[in-house]
Write a protein that binds this ligand. Structure first.
Ligand code: ZN
Length: 77
């Protein structure tokens, strides 16, 4: 039991770091190419959490955020 505990702790830290910047993404379509987003690819911006479909889009957006306007999803969807 003692040997398993640190693994559990590490897992908890990993989970909490994923959600550290909290809250769902403001968008459900990738601002770069319009595909459905995956929540694991997201950036915290002044507008909120912006999600992307893939790591390439995330990198493109990060280089030049003003080029890709983010469309926030409709409330309730
Ligand atoms: Zn994309």
């Amino acid at each position: 039991m003692k040997t398993r505990f640190p693994c559990l702790l590490l897992a908890l830290i990993a989970i909490s770091s994923v959600f550290a910047k909290g809250g769902p993404a403001i968008n459900d379509k990738c601002p770069v190419d319009g595909n459905a987003v995956r929540i694991i690819y997201r950036l915290f911006t002044e507008k909120g959490n912006v999600a992307f479909c893939c790591v390439e889009c995330m990198a493109l957006y990060e280089k030049d955020p003003s080029r890709y306007p983010v469309t926030a999803k409709k409330p309730g969807s």
